[in-house]
Design a protein around this ligand. Sequence first.
Ligand code: KE4
Length: 428
Amino acid sequence: MQLPKSEKLFAQAQQYIPGGVNSPVRSFRSVGGTPPFIARGQGCRVWDVDGHEYIDYLGSWGPLVLGHAHPAVVAALQKAAADGTSFGAPVEQEVELARRICQALPSVEQVRLVNSGTEACMSAIRLARAFTKRNKIIKFSGCYHGHADGLLVKAGSGALTHGVPTSAGVPASYASETLVADYNDLPSVERLFAAHPRDIAGIIVEPVAGNMGVVPPVEGFLPALRRLTSQHGALLIFDEVITGFRLGYGGAQGLFNIKPDITCLGKIIGGGLPVGAYGGRADIMQQVAPLGPMYQAGTLSGNPLAVSAGLACLTELQRPGIYQRLESLAQRLAVGLNRAFAEAEVPCTLNRAGSMLTGFFHPGPVQTLAQVEASDVARYNRYFHAMLERGVYLAPSQFEAGFVSLAHTEADIDRTVALAAAALQAVG
Ligand code: KE4
């Protein structure tokens, strides 16, 4: 596929920006090739600077559940911008967004708005430590909670002792307070609690993993985490940056009927603008400055521009039948793709939770990171490019989630399925 303008821009970008991107996953390093520079989006489509049109299943990694440039979001932004974008002072809109979040998530009695999912998760961990006065945190390999130092950690050799950094620049001492368990593997969590019965402040978990590709929790996994944390005086932190308002208006916690102690949000609550949030039980949130001793702050937190986009998005998501529509479109896509993979006799396991999905080039099942890592990445990468050349933009990594939006139609889904069949024929 000819991308002359994108190639020129990418070369220029690499002069001024590390790797030419402001976030590594956009670099196409996982799938190879030059990332198309996007000129504009409208509904479920984006166009690159060379004029190629794509049906978009990336959706900016999750925020764009309404699709691109939704009229209600654009109007809200135009109105807010005309009145000033940020004051560093309380504004009415941030109260309304906080109220909507608390109304949507019964486990969240108070919430603090921040500017990214990273900030939300970083702050939630600090809060769990402040509330419990303990230091250790359990995370799961394959789950991602942003790039705060203590979260860029993998299991160390002594898996029961402490984690080791996965990034340069993270001191071993920072990683040492993070313990790493295996997703969907309850014994790996029980062993950590047995080894550290009174040191664990909390567990942070993606209730449906999206950052190793989509891996839903196996039956009983989340209730067991709820039981274990309660038994040991630790807090359960649901990282719903992806799943919040994606899997339903009540998020994954509503779908699975689990009440976490702290919830992290991002992506959809900003409607495509930078907004994150963390919230939970009132007695826990009392720790947060200026009420309590746990400090967290942000110049642009709750700014009227970003919050107005988030409010417009949540208003649309409260319309009757919205999530049934989303489910119907996503199911149509899953059925179609499974049929295309079967007809092409390509071993592929399509994991889906609502409108987030990943096709693993793996015979299945895919319920653990080890199984994810056994996927045929080279085949995924060939399929990715074959789809891109046919005008379908998938997640540029086998280990990321794709998303259906409310802007996709049955015709878009059916076209995607037909193109997938052609792509599979082409790449084998
Ligand atoms: P941000 O700081 O990127 O807003 O959010 C971090 C984060 C936290 N928790 C979960 C479950 C997340 O998925 C993320 C961010 N997700 C990645 C994609 N898997 C964002 C894309 C990127 O890094 O550019």
